[in-house]
Design a protein around this ligand. Structure first.
Ligand SMILES: Cc1ncc(COP(=O)(O)O)c(C=O)c1O
Length: 743
């Protein structure tokens, strides 16, 4: 459906070879439809060396836009001609634009060096060239993906990308444009779209789960009250235990615990069974949905048997978009209940089950449970496999809830497990021999990714580990019918077509088609499998463990400070004696830190330990503490927090926002653990390892280093980690001296 103009592409490639690479004529590229095999060609380069190619490609996009304007009713009048362009006011204005643009460009130079090797803070790094190029080319056409008529090309791209995200995550997909009203073989298939960000994707996931929970209540009310459904009083549904019963006979608890896919079939089943047009059925039910009548009425008028406020459950490590979403949806932020986490910041399953028991006993409807597949502060992957298994046991007890995987950050890491896409076999097939060191995910993390497709909805953000420019979040539903629960326009009647647009199914109104184009083109060049994004992700896993190892070895480097990572080295985790802990540190230093990537990989024993180091993904979460002058450990929590705060400020642009003079040597970010949210297990463990004795209820400030740089240990000049460690050591030493002297 989307064609490429091969002539232009060949011209570009040839120009590239001759002009920039100075290649002789005979090596001219013949386009074979193959992709690229160099990740180095996919990013700008530390000093922007690849922008020279991007310049050419951007000119191609500008020329394409000029051509399309010229070809559109070429004889139409114009507001511009050569005389106007030569006139003084025009020239003055253009000169002014040049000057002001120059000012803008200079102002932007203070934006922060998020492209740099020194950026080991936020989950923000350089963006892919195809991401920028895809965005730029589409930007020129100002497409608005709110409706297909305002974005005839980029809406199709969004549908394509939605399918690709679903496929990446393991959901079955339909051909573009097929609707759930037309599903073949009654199969459940997924649906996805681009959102402005992960917060809105999470909001939509919660919105859907809330509407889903109450939908059977609305169906019952509609059958009882609307004359168009008067004949449907005998309508049967299948319960969690497989029994078929009359919907009208169900009590309130059973109504809010119908099986998810059974609920989603209801409108079609009623339409087919009672020969009523599907739009009529949908509209009749819509009059009684929580969407229309509000939370108060759905509970007070139609669920008198539910005496407790419905809740959603999420890991304590949840992003704040979850309580925010609950507030927006009228669920109430306080009803988005945090489940405490274990020492590794993964959802504590005992606490989770206890919470479900409580809900079951008190008949508290659970709208959804959120498992985080990659937290961005603790690098923890929740035990999704167990969460799914636990749901099965509660289904047997008559309790149903949707499961949302918040893989806003970690979604793209699934590409490490996806084999090459048959339809695009050439992309990244032949990674150059200067290959970086892709590391497989740990067995535990792999297990969670392998069941992702069983989650009912998933947030996955291309603008995070997909390296696509903002704004590009993403939301995928396991069952495409879920999108109808949040739509305000019946898709079948929308301009008379089927599924004509993606814009009607989300929170946003106007939204950039350019974002869809950016994701589309980035995926086109960097395939979402082991040959493309999977390779980049694997490199980042590897580099994150390399930096973790180097950081923890500072603990045996006779420094006036020590580091407490959230996830300690295995010897500490296994409570081995101090001599064995020391031995493991020395092993890590000698066989992991102080050797080349190649030596490490060849050393089976060292590599086995290396794979076990650190958190679940590519983020390092750590705290510093210092030794007093008598070599005892500082036991004052306030001083620990002051130290970590000072380190964060030294390594942060935010110390003096917009000030180009304040250039931190490296960039990290920070956050804090609180007892109220994270629970006692994690807090007590950290306090013990920090050696603090006071401030029991104080929060604990920590440093976050996110590794999104696939080249961190493999630059043209070798690993950059020794430089990072030198910078950290020097700066932290100075800060410790200040803190100790009370400055
Ligand atoms: C797990 C998780 N979900 C959702 C979000 C929200 O994403 P965004 O900042 O794109 O709104 C974040 C952001 O950090 C996150 O870490």
């Amino acid at each position: 459906m989307l064609h490429t103009d091969k002539k232009h592409a060949i011209e570009f490639a040839n120009k590239l070879l001759q002009t920039h690479l100075k290649q002789p004529d005979e090596t001219r590229i013949k386009l074979k439809g193959s992709g690229a095999d160099s990740i180095e060609a996919m990013f700008p380069g530390t000093r922007g060396d690849n922008f020279i190619y991007m310049q050419e490609l951007m000119l191609l996009a500008l020329q394409g836009n000029i051509d399309s304007r010229k070809n559109y009713f070429p004889n139409d009048p114009d507001y511009l001609d050569k005389d106007i362009q030569k006139s003084k006011p025009f020239i003055d204005t253009m000169v002014m634009m040049g000057l002001e643009y120059d000012n803008l460009i200079n102002e932007l130079k203070g934006s922060g060096a998020f492209f740099s090797m020194r950026t080991i803070g936020h989950m923000l790094w350089d963006t892919t060239l195809p991401g920028i190029l895809g965005y730029f080319a589409a930007l020129l056409y100002n497409q608005n993906n709110v409706a297909a008529e305002a974005s005839p090309v980029t809406t199709i791209m969004e549908m394509y990308v939605g399918n690709e995200l679903c496929k990446l995550l393991g959901y079955k997909i339909n051909p573009i444009g097929a609707s759930d009203f037309q599903l073949l073989d009654n199969q459940v298939t997924g649906w996805g779209h681009i959102t402005c960000d992960g917060s809105v994707a999470n909001l939509e996931g919660l919105w859907m789960a809330r509407n889903l929970k109450f939908y059977p209540v609305s169906v019952k009310a509609a059958i009882e009250n609307d004359s168009v459904l008067a004949n449907c009083k005998s309508f049967q549904v299948t319960l969690l235990d497989g029994k078929s019963v009359s919907l009208l006979a169900l009590d309130d608890w059973a109504l809010v615990n119908l099986p998810i896919d059974e609920i989603l079939k209801i409108p079609n089943k009623i339409a087919a069974q009672y020969q009523i047009d599907i739009t009529t059925v949908s509209n009749a039910i819509a009059n009684f949905t929580v969407q229309n009548i509000g939370y108060h009425d759905i509970l007070s008028k139609y669920l008198p048997g539910i005496l407790n406020t419905p809740v959603s459950l999420c890991s304590a490590t949840r992003h704040y978009s979850w309580p925010k979403g609950a507030a927006i949806l009228g669920i109430g932020a306080a009803n988005m209940i945090s489940i405490p986490v274990d020492k590794k910041a993964r959802m504590d399953l005992t606490a989770f089950t206890a919470m479900l028991d409580n809900c079951l006993q008190k008949k508290i409807p659970v709208m959804n449970v959120v498992a985080i597949i990659g937290t961005t502060e603790e690098s923890a992957v929740d035990p999704l496999k167990d969460v799914l298994a636990i749901r099965e046991t509660y289904r047997k007890k008559g309790m149903e809830f949707a499961i949302h995987a918040d893989a806003a950050w970690g979604g793209y890491y699934k590409t490490m497990l996806n084999s090459s896409d048959e339809s695009n076999p050439a992309f990244f097939k032949h990674i150059s021999e200067k290959a970086m060191m892709a590391l497989p995910m740990s067995a535990y993390v792999t297990e969670q990714y392998k069941v992702l497709q069983l989650a009912d909805s998933i947030t996955i953000d291309p603008h995070k580990s997909g390296y696509v420019p903002y704004p590009a979040g993403g939301l995928c539903y396991r069952n495409s019918a879920m999108r109808n629960l949040v739509s305000f326009t019946a898709p079948v009647v929308y301009h008379g077509g089927v599924d004509p647009t993606v814009g009607v199914y989300g929170v946003e109104g106007s939204k950039p088609g350019a974002a869809a184009s950016a994701v589309y083109f980035s995926h086109k060049m960097i395939r979402p499998n082991t040959d493309g994004y999977g390779k980049i992700s694997g490199d980042c896993y590897f580099n994150a463990k390399r930096l973790y190892a180097a950081l923890v070895c500072l603990n045996i480097a006779q420094q006036p400070f020590f580091i407490v990572p959230l996830v300690p080295i295995p010897a500490i985790e296994q409570r081995q004696n101090p001599a064995d802990v020391q031995k493991q540190y020395e092993f890590i230093r000698d066989r992991i830190v102080n050797v080349s990537n190649e030596t490490l990989i060849a050393d089976t024993e060292a590599f086995a330990l290396f794979k076990e180091l650190g958190g679940d993904q590519t983020i390092i979460t750590y705290m510093y503490n210092f030794y007093n002058n008598d070599n005892s450990v500082n036991s004052d929590m306030a001083k620990v927090n002051a130290l970590n705060d000072a380190i964060y400020r030294a390594f942060s642009f935010s110390d003096k926002p917009g000030d180009t003079e304040h250039i931190p040597e490296i960039v990290v970010t920070s956050s804090s653990f609180t007892r109220g949210n994270y629970g006692n297990v994690l807090m007590d463990d950290l306090r013990t390892r920090l050696g603090v004795t006071n401030g029991y209820d104080d929060s604990i400030n920590f440093i976050i280093s996110t590794i999104m740089n696939p080249w961190l240990t493999n630059t043209v000049q070798g690993s950059f980690i020794p430089s990072l460690i030198e910078i950290i050591t020097r700066n932290v030493n100075a800060i410790v001296t200040k803190i100790k002297s009370g400055q």
